[in-house]
Design a binder for this molecule. Structure first.
Ligand code: BES
Ligand code: MN
Ligand code: ZN
Length: 497
């Protein structure tokens, strides 16, 4: 339903689609292969049109032309890749997005991977394919009136390569990652009456098909284990809370896993500390951390990553009710520490406290990374451009930074420290769940750090990046599926094999 792209790979020969897409550098020279397919007059046509439109082959810019006289396609689409000297900085995922955007839905097109000098490498072409897929995504499950859209053919793209077999291999991994991002986007976009904790757990359980081991812990299990901080958040909801444990065992038997933990508040009203009404509908996205973890597990399993990975998601709904948690309540978390509830809207840290403690104690992971739409304050600090990164481990933090720069899902490191930690000391309990407005994202992170023991750990505050996304070349949907590519990259670079 939301995958709107059919993708094939074929050798260079005739053009069979409606559109022919050609990549050109700032020299605007067609490749020999392009000249033979585009028709003799294509270069002249391009040179003339480029001058008229001031098109200079700048990266991601494009030009749409009618095909040259007698050519067997409708449109010649030229997309820039900039100067040869800048090629190393070219983002092929973004380029794929630009190509898909220029083509539009319901078209069929051939994309020539040939360049004046050589051809785009398989890994880069795979990135381009990933960008095509991500740009073609739409979430229109609940549109009944856009019939034309539903019945429209998906965008059909054929990548034309000199050696299709090398490319097909590279495309498999890109497919897996694209499917993981799409899953995360779907979960974030779903409305909260449809996607409540049990339903989320059922969707995660579908990963069994990819040989991911799934355990669903229900409220009786959680009580027995002692996850009272998490259960306190869900106690005002008619929907039962759940914790889902996902395990992908693609690494050596007995090797310590890497672990990912997600905040999955399927709707956050604030609870008794009720949020203001304006914009509250956005709080359906307060499970973006859990969505990312689920999408990542999908990606790792689908591409058969050589790693042991654990995903743990805490799923609750935060509602006001006669049975809801109150400000002033004191709960004992799984770690044995007591928490004074100051503000029932600071619920994400309560969910994660138990999920993090559980994960480190049970799995003894090599590292633990949690993702959470945790604080409005991180939006004030970083906007939607960077996720906030907090870590007790410099190596992990640096690796995340590098993976962010490589994928465009960038993170910015924020401080942790004793003075901030003191701010969450409580008059009545071991700690309090809110320390007020000052350094709001940092004190939230300090709270989490009190629940990770000495495990190498990183916390990504994705309140800015994980939902309500603005349009980009690779995403037009409210839920961007942020973090799946970042963490897949981190695992691929450092923790496989
Ligand atoms: N889910 C919110 C944070 C949030 C805000 C996510 C905006 C996405 C966009 C979180 O549960 C929350 O309410 N945090 C409070 C914490 C405060 C009460 C200490 C906040 O940020 O105001
Ligand atoms: Mn909240
Ligand atoms: Zn929340």
């Amino acid at each position: 339903m939301s995958q709107r792209l059919k993708l094939e790979v074929k050798a260079l020969n005739a053009v069979e689609g409606q559109d022919l897409v050609i990549l050109v550098s700032d020299k605007l020279t067609l490749a020999a292969a392009a000249e033979s397919l585009a028709g003799e007059s294509a270069q002249a046509l391009l040179t003339r049109a480029a001058a008229a439109e001031r098109f200079k082959g700048k990266a991601y810019a494009g030009l749409t032309l009618p095909s040259p006289q007698g050519a067997p396609y409708e449109r010649l689409i030229v997309v820039g890749i900039g100067a040869d000297a800048d090629r190393a900085d070219l983002d092929f995922v973004k380029l794929g997005g630009a190509v898909a955007g220029r083509l539009g839905a319901g078209r069929s097109a051939e994309v020539l991977l040939a360049l004046p000098k050589g051809e785009i490498a398989p890994a880069q072409a795979a990135d381009l394919a990933l960008g095509l897929k991500l740009r073609a995504y739409v979430f229109d499950r609940y549109k009944t009136k856009s019939k034309e859209k539903d019945e429209a053919e998906p965008l059909a793209v054929t990548l034309k390569a000199a050696d299709p077999s090398a490319l097909k291999k590279a495309l498999k991994a890109a497919d897996a990652v694209a499917a993981g991002v799409v899953l995360a986007r779907n979960l974030v976009n779903e409305p909260p009456n449809v996607l409540y904790p049990e339903e989320f757990a059922d969707r995660a359980a579908k990963l069994k098909k990819l040989d991911v081991e799934i355990e669903i812990l229900d409220e009786a299990d959680l009580k027995k284990i002692g996850m009272r901080a998490l259960l306190g958040v869900g106690q005002g909801s008619r929907r039962e809370s759940r914790v889902v444990v996902m395990r992908w065992n693609g690494g050596k038997a007995g090797e310590q896993p890497v672990a990912f933990v997600g905040k999955g508040v399927t709707f956050d009203t604030g609870g008794i500390s009720l949020k203001p009404g304006a914009g509250m509908e956005d709080m359906k996205g307060d499970m973006a951390g859990a969505a990312c973890v689920t999408g990542l597990m999908h990606a790792l399993a689908a591409r058969k990553a050589k790693v042991n990975a654990v995903g743990v998601i805490g799923l609750v709904e935060n509602m006001p009710d006669g049975n809801a948690q109150r400000p002033g309540d004191i709960v004992t978390s799984l770690s044995g520490q007591t928490i004074e509830i100051i503000n029932t809207d600071a619920e994400g840290r309560l969910v994660l406290a138990d999920a993090l403690w559980y994960t480190q104690e049970r799995f003894k992971p090599r590292f633990m990374i949690n993702l959470a739409t945790l604080t409005g304050a991180i939006l004030v600090a970083l906007g939607q451009e960077n996720a906030g990164l907090f870590s007790n481990n410099d190596e992990l933090a640096e690796r995340l930074g590098a993976a962010g720069r490589a994928t465009g899902e960038t993170v910015w490191r924020m401080p942790l420290g004793k003075a901030y930690d003191k701010m969450i000391d409580s008059k009545f309990a071991d700690m309090k769940n809110s320390a007020g407005r000052h350094a709001g994202s940092i004190t939230a992170a300090q709270f989490l750090q009190r629940h990770v023991n000495d495990t190498p750990w990183a916390h990504l505050d994705i309140a800015g990046t994980g939902m309500a996304a603005s349009n980009s070349e690779i995403n037009r949907s409210w839920g961007p599926g942020w973090g799946v590519r970042l963490l897949d990259r981190l695992v691929a670079e450092h923790y496989e094999g």
